[in-house]
Design a protein around this ligand. Structure first.
Ligand SMILES: [Zn+2]
Length: 413
């Protein structure tokens, strides 16, 4: 693997913007050194990339996706500057296939997966899978979803997932109280606590799906590491903020998916903008512009925006994630990370730098990815070069010039 220097570039290292132009040297897939001078390349006779007019940042992390076997869609995530994906429920065969492929190929982001979520008989996500697809292979796979019932089954489930290669555990707390499905069987707090305790024994993070306040409180109280969505059925309360504070849980808001669940035109409007245009293909645009439309009357995206804003103001970590997947209406793998960050800035009182942190350094810290998310000596050279300055105007994050995954320049265009 060759060594190279990116020279004369504005540097956002995952935490802050450096003063003046910088040079970043990469060798053997890692950041070798960073200097404020522009002479690194010349002095060391390395190949030089001129970063004038551009910003170099850690490439992005999406903390909530579903990859299935959508290799082409996952490739597009890389082209959009996203080099790490957290896959939040998948069949073991798909998860293993995509994880292995993503480590062999320089053209795919690295995939981490929950494998099967901790589902109960008849419970979520069976209803949404039936709602969104008529693919017989996918529908047949529903029969193999876990049917947890006792704490013992929870412990066995976690041990089995871990042995298959699961990187974390996904919980499903969904009674369909604020969705347009009939009431669904959902796990008890006792069962969720058993799953979470077992995951802790195996040193695995836990992420819980919930869309309403009641069930968010239930899983937070059971000790979950993170919420995989922001709830949107009602305004937030002091109690939920106190619960996050007490447990130090973080939230992956997925405002992109929430807008789609509500049938809002948020993604469609964004897809029609100049900055989104270059990240989308005909098929990804088509999927992004469609909506799930599964939220009940009385829900509001404003509840979600205001809660994320309040959580952030109270010091709770907000980690960027979109719930994108090859068949998930209103999403787009890769491109939606840029939309999600823009929504944090527009609606949740984030500065552009804070939005970028939520998809880089802060994400890496909370997802326990010690090797990435930061541009510093010794870290993986997962890098994104964009034209303009996204640390002042978040829209510039979409001006992708180059993407490197562990020092490999990706063939993105
Ligand atoms: Zn999801």
């Amino acid at each position: 693997m060759s060594a190279f220097v990116i020279q004369n570039v504005r540097l956002f290292d995952g935490f802050r913007v450096h003063d003046g132009p910088c040079s970043v040297q990469v060798s053997e897939g890692k950041i070798e050194r960073i200097e404020s001078s522009s002479s690194l390349g010349t002095a060391n006779r390395l190949s030089v990339i001129d970063g004038s007019g551009c910003t170099l940042l850690p490439s992005l992390i999406d903390a909530h996706v579903h990859v299935f076997r959508g290799v082409d869609e996952v490739k597009r995530a890389l082209a959009a500057g996203v080099t790490t994906l957290f896959d939040m429920h998948n069949t073991p065969s798909n998860a293993t296939y995509m994880k292995d492929l993503s480590r062999q190929s320089n053209e795919l982001p690295e995939v981490f997966s929950a494998f099967h979520a901790a589902t109960v008989d008849g419970g979520w996500p069976r209803a949404i899978v039936r709602h969104t697809t008529d693919d017989p292979t996918i529908l047949a796979s529903l029969a193999d979803y876990p049917k947890l019932d006792t704490p013992r089954s929870a412990f066995e489930f976690v041990a089995k997932n871990k042995s298959m290669g699961a990187d974390f555990i996904k919980l499903m707390q969904e009674s369909a109280e604020c969705l347009t499905f009939q009431e669904l069987p959902a796990p008890s707090k006792e069962l969720q606590k058993a799953v979470i305790d077992a995951a802790k024994e195996h040193d695995l993070l836990t992420f819980a799906h919930a869309t309403n306040l009641r069930e968010t409180l239930l899983v937070l109280d059971a000790g979950v590491s993170a919420m995989a969505h922001q709830f949107f059925d009602q305004a937030h309360t002091e109690e939920v903020i106190a619960s996050y504070k007490k447990t130090n849980a973080f939230v992956v808001p997925t405002l992109t998916a929430i807008s789609s669940m509500m049938g809002l035109g948020t993604a469609k409007t964004w897809a029609g903008s100049a900055q989104a245009d270059k990240l989308l293909t005909d098929s990804s645009r088509h999927l992004l512009c469609d909506c799930m439309r599964i939220s009940s009357e009385g829900c509001s995206v404003q509840y979600a925006y205001r809660c994320v804003k309040a959580l952030k103001a109270n010091g709770i970590d907000i980690i960027c994630g979109t719930d994108s997947g090859p068949t998930i209406h209103g999403t787009a793998l890769g491109a939606a990370v840029h939309l999600e960050m823009a929504l944090y800035v527009e609606h949740c009182a984030f500065t552009p730098v804070e939005a970028l942190q939520s998809a880089t350094s802060l994400s890496a810290k909370r997802l326990r990815l010690a090797d990435r998310g930061v541009i510093a000596s010794g870290k993986r050279a997962d890098l994104l070069l964009v034209r303009g300055n996204p640390t002042e105007d978040i829209k510039d994050s979409t001006n992708v010039e180059k993407v490197w995954k562990a020092g490999h320049l990706c063939n993105v265009h």
